[in-house]
Design a binder for this molecule. Sequence first.
Ligand SMILES: Nc1nc(C(F)(F)F)ncc1COP(=O)(O)OP(=O)(O)O
Ligand SMILES: [Mg+2]
Length: 214
Amino acid sequence: MLMNREQLAVYFIAGTPNCKQSIEETLQAAIDGGITMFQFREKGKDALAGSAKKEQAVRLQALCREANIPFIINDDIELAVEIGADGVHIGQEDEAASSVRGKINGGIVGVSVHTMDEAKKAIADGADYVGTGPIYQTGTKTDTGPVAGTALIKTMRAQNLTIPIVGIGGITIDNAAPVIAAGADGVSIISAISYADDVKQAVVELQAAVESSN
Ligand SMILES: Nc1nc(C(F)(F)F)ncc1COP(=O)(O)OP(=O)(O)O
Ligand SMILES: [Mg+2]
């Protein structure tokens, strides 16, 4: 699936451990609010595995297909290939984007980067977008590096790297605008959506925050 940078605008990421309600209800409400891309990141305590994880992925993939938004799987390349996901997101400890691209025939490949060298390697390897952070303090990912702010986003743009960039880590309605102002094409959100009292409204407000700073 070809990706355009506008699809990164409000990129919802979630796994079953991150959701108050059922992940299906949360995802559908987020879709109704206007998310532009979804990533199934089934990680951490109580995360599903094996056939339960695959069946959950297939149900979420169907919701995304119905809404015509890309369905991305984090880390689990084999599962992405098996169910025909629209793409994968990989970290520095996974195989290179170049070899992943070969496996997901035309799917989207996103890479987590924390330095200019990692960003340049991801670009050379053919990544469709890079994710960088944590922009702010995050409560979700326990093994993050130090809070990075928007420095790497600004540096990448200052050096005329044009690859689509999404910021991640502690982003909320109130602090999303600076991420876009720094040069990111979108924001990746877990808790500010999945734990919102009104998921749909939270997405609507995030979309407005992103659009206001474009
Ligand atoms: N899942 C992610 N998605 C993004 C995206 F760009 F989509 F916002 N950025 C970063 C991550 C972090 O992924 P994770 O598997 O927890 O850690 P690591 O990067 O160390 O593999
Ligand atoms: Mg990973």
